[in-house]
Design a protein around this ligand. Structure first.
Ligand code: SF4
Length: 416
């Protein structure tokens, strides 16, 4: 059973402060959420809204205050990763980016030579000026929301960029000296066929083959989140979703095509050249610690986790009043749930799970035998293998990752 601490935002903010105090290791990762977008895409359930420009400066003022509050909890240790996501962070004005980057440099130790510093960008908002500012400020990775190279599918998704601007954006980032570049693609868009998805993959591959192209691709199946406008339209029968078998074929085509180009699948939806994996996201899947700033951003520290309040005005008022992150959903998953979640996210990774550690944690819950049996069953069905002390999925089992993870989870945790 999870320990849900249902307190006021003020009290939860103070609790989050105490979680910082009990952390044994300094946090080495930081997520920053920028909520502004050019347009609200109807499939999107991230906290974001249409930018009216007038809120950008007060947002950055509050962000600087929040970063000042968070910085001591990195305890002077060099950060390993920063990820600025959204929303559309590249919509922030260049002068505000300059301020934000200076603020990060002043408050955090960014001296680790292997620091990964990613900013998400929309292709339309990538300019030589912005890329130059990001590069000078230490950003060494951009993740560009391409979604599709087909104008009709972009229209269905309500993404309004010109597909040709994806290559242009990648070239501008490369030209500015940003060494690591990634694009996101979505498949299973209503009206999309396997042939049109293959055409998207071909455009992505052409970029992956160029030295000034991309080293990393994220390929997500379109999901219909409960409270989005697109899901409401689906329920009203305004369009038909892509057939499940066809979507599975699209995923298989993705894995085969990208592997031929040297991009290995290192997570269910993520592909990279060796060494090009997104280290920040690996930290989420390995359930490491991270700090979080900005409205709706989630943090994980010392076994606790929480979210900043989502509404921009609530978040700004909270930060401006106390300097603390205004926190909601503060909770400490009990050890059984924490292990179940580790099994779920770890099995999504090619590197898999450390068997001894998982068994030891299950043993502390009296569930070691149950976990062993669940793994044995999956191995007997050729869905999992044990190799050099790690449990991983077999190639044919990736499509079934969630179901297999669910069986392992049930061995150690029963939701109340
Ligand atoms: S640009 Fe991205 S974050 Fe913004 S509304 Fe569209 S999908 Fe959501």
């Amino acid at each position: 059973m999870r320990e849900r601490i249902d307190l006021t935002i003020d009290q939860q903010s103070r609790d989050a402060g105490e979680a910082f105090a009990t952390a044994h290791e300094p946090a080495r990762a930081l997520y920053i959420h920028v909520p502004f977008c050019f347009h609200k895409c109807h499939y999107c359930d991230f906290y974001s809204f249409v930018d009216t420009q007038d809120r950008q400066a007060p947002f950055v003022d509050a962000l600087e205050r929040e970063l000042a509050h968070l910085a001591p909890h990195a305890a002077g240790a060099p950060l390993r990763s920063i990820f600025v996501g959204g929303g559309t962070p590249s919509l922030l004005r260049p002068d505000l980016w300059t301020r934000l980057l200076a603020s990060l440099r002043a408050r955090f130790d960014l001296s680790d030579p292997s620091l990964e510093f990613t900013v998400e960008c929309n292709p339309e908002t990538v300019t030589p000026e912005l890329m130059g500012i990001l590069h000078s400020g230490g950003v060494n990775r951009v993740s560009i929301g391409a979604q599709s190279f087909d104008a009709a599918h972009l229209k269905t998704l309500e993404r309004w960029h010109d597909p040709d601007n994806v290559e242009r954006a990648v070239a501008l980032a490369s030209g500015a000296g940003i060494p690591r570049r990634s694009i996101d693609l979505i498949f299973g868009v209503p009206g999309e066929s396997l042939a049109s998805w293959r055409a998207d993959l071909a455009r992505a591959l052409a970029l992956a083959r160029r030295p000034d192209g991309v080293e990393h691709l994220s390929c997500y199946a379109l999901t219909y989140e409960p409270n989005t406008a697109m899901t409401a339209r689906l329920r009203r029968g305004e369009f038909a979703p892509v057939d499940e078998d066809e979507e599975a074929d699209m995923l298989l085509a993705t894995v085969e095509t990208l592997r031929e180009a040297g991009l290995e699948r290192y997570e269910v939806s993520n592909f990279a050249r060796p060494g090009g994996e997104c280290r920040h996201n690996l930290g989420y899947w390995r359930q490491e610690q991270w700090l979080a700033a900005g409205p709706s951003a989630s943090a994980h520290l010392a076994g606790f986790r929480w979210k900043n309040v989502p509404r921009l005005t609530d978040w700004m008022e909270g930060v401006n009043a106390s300097g603390l992150s205004p926190v909601t959903d503060f909770e400490r998953p009990d050890p059984a749930r924490a292990l179940a979640e580790r099994l779920m996210t770890g099995l999504r990774l090619r590197e898999g799970l450390p068997a001894e550690e998982m068994l030891a944690r299950a043993g502390a819950l009296g569930a070691e035998d149950a976990l062993r049996r669940a793994v044995d069953r999956a191995q007997a069905r050729d869905l999992m293998r044990s190799d050099r002390g790690r449990w991983t999925l077999t190639d044919s089992a990736w499509l079934l990752a969630d179901g297999i993870a669910s069986e392992l989870m049930q061995a150690v945790w029963r939701p109340a």
